[in-house]
Design a protein around this ligand. Structure first.
Ligand code: BGC
Length: 523
C-alpha cells in the first residue's frame, strides 16, 4: 500500500507489516472524525465560493453574447463560431440506408439506419469504449481503429446478398467528430485543438476527414465519407426533426458545447463567399472555449485553477472545465483533498486512493445527490468500496451538499450560455426550444431543473415559461439528412453546401432520448 503524503496514512515496514499513521487532534478511541459543526463551517465557505448570483449570471451572459458576436465576425477567435455548411432543416420524408460513426469523449459508436419513410426506421448500433492510450497515441492510429470497428460492423451487419450491399456499391457515412474543426465544406474539417483530455499526436491542424478517408482506404471499406459534423450540429438537426420549434442544441456530457441556426447575413466572416444572405446555416459555437486564457468573466475558484493547470491543455476550454462531466468529479476531489491536508477529514485513515487525479468520477456526484436513504448509504458505499474510507453521517451530508454546489454551479453556468444565444438571437419574445443532450444533462439528478432555474434567474418573469419535455416517444434516434449540392461544388469559390438533408446521422442512439427546453413567450 503506498504511503499517503498527507497527515494520515500508512508506512510499510521491512517485515511487510503495515502501520497506520495519523496526527490525532483529539483523544478518542475511535477514528477521529470532523464534527458536525466543523463540516457546517466548511460548507459555508464553499457555498460562497460556488454560488452564482443572478446579477453575476447576467454579467456573464453579457460578456458571452459579445464573444459570440465577435466569433461570427472575425476569424481565429477564442470562441470560433464555426460555420458548418449545414443549411436549413430536414423534411422528415427521407428514405434509405445510412451509416454513422460517432467519435465522442468516451465512446466510439457505429450505427446503421434504414429509413423507411413516414418517420419509420430500423436501427443497429455498436459501442466501443476508448482507452486512454487511444486518446493519446498517433491520430492516424485512432482513425485506423475507427475504420477497423466500422469494418467489423459492416461485415456483421451488412455483408452481401439479396437486399444488401452489391459489389461495387458504397454506403454513405456521416462522421460525427465532437471536437472543434474549422470547415470549408461539409466533408472537410481541420482540427483546431483536441478537447476533453484527448491529445492524439499529429492531428491538430490537419484535415481529420482526409485522415479518416485514408484509414477507410487502408481497410478497403465500401464506404464514402459524405459529411463530418459536430455532435451539437447533429443534435440541432435531430431535435428540430422531432420538435420544429427547436432553434438551439446543447450538449452537456464529457464536454460541453452548443449549435444554433444563424442567418448567413449575420456571419460577417464568410461574407466573401457570396452565399445567399437570406439563407440559414448551423453554427457550431465551440462555446467551451469561452473565457479561455484571460479568465476575465467566469468565477474560477482555486480548485478550478488546479484542474486547468494540471490538464493537458492549460488555459483552454475555460467554460467547459467548470461545467462538463469530465471535470466535476475532479473539482470535488480537490476540495476533499484540501480538507484532508488541513487535517479536517479522514484522520487516521489512508487516503492514497483518493489522491489519484480524476479517480472521483462525476457519476459519484450524481449518485451522492440522488441517495434516497437517511443514512446516505450510497455515499458510504462509494467511499468504502472505491476509496477504502469510513465516513460519518455529518461528513456524508457535507459531501452531498458539496456535490450539489458544484453541480448547481455547472447548471447555472450552462444557463448563461443558453441565455447568451437566446438574447443574441432575440428568441425570448418569440419563444424557442432548446434540444439538450449528454450524460450530465440526462443522468445528473436535477441538472435540467437547475438550468431552468438559472434561465429564470437571468430572464426574470419571462423565464417562468421555460419548460422541458422528452419530445420523442420512440426515443433513441438522431437523424441528420445531408445531401451534397453538386452544382455548388462546381462553383469554385463557394464551398459545397447542404441543401436538402439526405445523409443521416444516428450517431448516438441515446441521443433522441433527450429533453427539450421550451422557451415560451409570456402569455
Ligand atoms: C468539443 C465540442 C463538442 C463538445 C461536446 C467539446 O469538448 O470541443 O466539439 O461538441 O465537447 O461533445
Amino acid at each position: 500500500m503506498p504511503a499517503s503524503r498527507r497527515g494520515s496514512g500508512s508506512v510499510t515496514l521491512p517485515t511487510g507489516q503495515t502501520l497506520a499513521i495519523h496526527t490525532r487532534t483529539q483523544d478518542e478511541e475511535d477514528l477521529p472524525h470532523a464534527t458536525k459543526k466543523t463540516m457546517a463551517d466548511h460548507l459555508r465557505k464553499y457555498e460562497s465560493l460556488f454560488t452564482l448570483t443572478p446579477q453575476r449570471m447576467r454579467m456573464i451572459v453579457e460578456a458571452f453574447t459579445e464573444t459570440l458576436e465577435l466569433g461570427l465576425n472575425k476569424t481565429n477567435q477564442i470562441v470560433p463560431m464555426i460555420p458548418t455548411y449545414v443549411f436549413g432543416w430536414p423534411s422528415g420524408k427521407e428514405t434509405g440506408d445510412f451509416l454513422a460513426l460517432d467519435l465522442g469523449g468516451t465512446n466510439l459508436r457505429v450505427c446503421l439506419v434504414t429509413l423507411q419513410g413516414e418517420g419509420k426506421f430500423e436501427i443497429t448500433q455498436t459501442k466501443y469504449r476508448l482507452t486512454e492510450e487511444q486518446k493519446q497515441e498517433d491520430g492516424q492510429k485512432l482513425f485506423d481503429f475507427c475504420a477497423e470497428c466500422l469494418k467489423t460492423f459492416v461485415e456483421t451487419n451488412i455483408g452481401e446478398g439479396p437486399g444488401q450491399l452489391k459489389p461495387g456499391q458504397s454506403l454513405p457515412l456521416g462522421f460525427t467528430f465532437s471536437y472543434p474543426c474549422s470547415q470549408e465544406r461539409i466533408d472537410h474539417g481541420e482540427l483546431i485543438r483536441w478537447t476533453k483530455g484527448f491529445g492524439a499526436t499529429n492531428t491538430e491542424g490537419r484535415d481529420v476527414a482526409e485522415m479518416f478517408k485514408k484509414s477507410l482506404e487502408k481497410y478497403e471499406l465500401p464506404i464514402q465519407l459524405t459529411a463530418l459534423i459536430n455532435d451539437t450540429t447533429g443534435t440541432l438537426i435531430a431535435s428540430h426533426y422531432v420538435n420544429p420549434r427547436t432553434k438551439i442544441a446543447v450538449i452537456f456530457g464529457t464536454g460541453c458545447n452548443a449549435a444554433y441556426m444563424e442567418h448567413v447575413k449575420d456571419i460577417g466572416k464568410i461574407e466573401h463567399l457570396g452565399i445567399d444572405p437570406g439563407a440559414e446555416m448551423a453554427i457550431n459555437c465551440e462555446w467551451g472555449a469561452f473565457d479561455s486564457f484571460e479568465h476575465e468573466h467566469l468565477p474560477r475558484t482555486k480548485y478550478d485553477a488546479v484542474v486547468d493547470d494540471t490538464s493537458n491543455k492549460p488555459g483552454e476550454q475555460a467554460f467547459e472545465k467548470l461545467i462538463s462531466g469530465r471535470y466535476l468529479g475532479e473539482i470535488l476531489r480537490l476540495v476533499i483533498c484540501e480538507l484532508i491536508d488541513e487535517g479536517v477529514l479522514f484522520l487516521g485513515q489512508n487516503t492514497y486512493k483518493l489522491e489519484k487525479p480524476y479517480c472521483f468520477d462525476t457519476a459519484f456526484l450524481s449518485l451522492m445527490e440522488s441517495d434516497p436513504t437517511d443514512e446516505l448509504l450510497m455515499i458510504i458505499g462509494i467511499f468504502t468500496h472505491f476509496f477504502a474510507l469510513e465516513t460519518t453521517l455529518a461528513e456524508r451530508q457535507f459531501f452531498r451538499a458539496l456535490a450539489m454546489l458544484i453541480g448547481r454551479r455547472a447548471a447555472r453556468l450552462s444557463a448563461c450560455g443558453i441565455a447568451a444565444i437566446v438574447s443574441k438571437q432575440g428568441y425570448l419574445e418569440e419563444g424557442c426550444s432548446v434540444g439538450a443532450d449528454g450524460s450530465l444533462y440526462n443522468k445528473y439528478p436535477g441538472f435540467a431543473d437547475r438550468v431552468h432555474e438559472g434561465l429564470q434567474d437571468i430572464f426574470g418573469d419571462k423565464g417562468r415559461y421555460v419548460r422541458h419535455y422528452c419530445p420523442a416517444p420512440s426515443a433513441n434516434l438522431v437523424l441528420i439528412f445531408i445531401s451534397y449540392d453538386k452544382k455548388q461544388k462546381r462553383r469554385r469559390s463557394v464551398p459545397p453546401r447542404l441543401s436538402v438533408f439526405n445523409v443521416m446521422r444516428v450517431a448516438s442512439l441515446e441521443r433522441l432520448d433527450k429533453h427539450v427546453f421550451s422557451l415560451r413567450p409570456m402569455l
